[in-house]
Design a protein around this ligand. Structure first.
Ligand SMILES: [Zn+2]
Length: 286
């Protein structure tokens, strides 16, 4: 009995030593598994006793939960400050860290030939737009304990990259909100596959801006949104596997040609999908 207690206390002191050693060696205190320290980027990591993590700067603040074993993901918006504060809520109190992220420059895209009503929507559709935005908001705010976001993501379609994250958009001559998706142009009917496993949260065949719209929940606030689809093969609540066919490319909504627009969100924070792919999306779609 005494021996056992001795052993235990010895173990405990070794752990403490290890811990303090880790603290001094690794100032961060958490392990980074994958990170893109840029605007639109993210940090995926693990902090053993993490319960939740908040990321904040002078403009925004977002909190996410950690998995049972302390995995977490936090993201940075398109115009996030270069200095970000991470606050971990752990079983033994709070811990804060500072992370520096890189500023990006975004290009300006002039797009002509989209339906004019989608550039300056008539008053008669404002209520419709509001209700569709609410549905999208709800689909992106589930706190689902799925761990799909921990896997590596694959390209959801094959085609030509015709639009990137962050660009400033000018539609038919009118400046509009920035573009948050990764656009892959291919003919209507080209298959769209799930970049990661998840649960389908929203299926809508005809939203005003986004046309055929599909939202897949990868867990802990991370969602993929696919828009301008011509066909959707899955239903709300369905659990899908990585690589499974989920939809077909189209030109519905505010689009000037057939393409897939793929977005990734961490709750309302819009992230750059390219950074989630192997080699930061520099390898061609396959
Ligand atoms: Zn797009």
């Amino acid at each position: 009995m005494v021996k056992a207690i001795l052993k235990l206390s010895l173990l405990a002191s070794i752990c403490l030593l290890n811990n303090s050693y880790a603290q001094t060696e690794d100032i961060k205190g958490y392990t980074t598994e994958k990170a893109a320290l840029v605007q639109g980027g993210f940090v995926r990591g693990q902090y053993q006793s993490c319960v939740s993590v908040t990321v904040k700067d002078t403009q925004t603040e977002q909190t996410g939960q950690c998995t049972d074993d302390g995995h977490f993901l936090i993201g940075f918006g398109r115009d996030a400050d270069t200095k970000q504060t991470l606050i971990f809520e752990t079983t033994s109190g709070q811990k804060a860290f500072t992370v520096e992220i890189k500023k990006r420059t975004y290009k300006t895209d002039k797009i002509t030939g989209v339906p004019q009503k989608t550039v300056t929507p008539p008053d008669s559709v404002l209520a419709r737009i509001r209700s569709e935005n609410e549905k999208i908001w709800v689909a992106r705010h589930h706190k689902t304990p799925r761990r799909d976001f921990l896997s590596d993501f694959i390209w959801p379609a094959q085609g030509r990259i015709s639009g990137v994250y962050g660009s400033q958009r000018i539609f038919n001559g009118t400046p509009k909100r920035p573009h948050y998706g990764l656009d892959i142009a291919a003919i209507t009917g080209t298959k769209v596959i799930a970049p990661a496993a998840g649960i389908v949260r929203l299926v809508h065949n005809d939203m005003f801006y986004s046309g055929g719209t599909l939202i897949v929940d990868h867990g802990f606030g991370i969602t993929s949104t696919f828009i301008h689809l011509s066909k959707i093969d899955v239903i709300e609540g369905q659990i899908i596997k990585q690589g499974e066919k989920i939809a077909e490319i189209g030109q519905s909504g505010r689009a000037s040609g057939p393409h897939l627009d793929w977005r990734i969100n961490w709750f309302n924070v819009r992230l750059d999908p390219k950074l989630w792919l192997e080699d930061g999306g520099n390898l061609p779609p396959k």
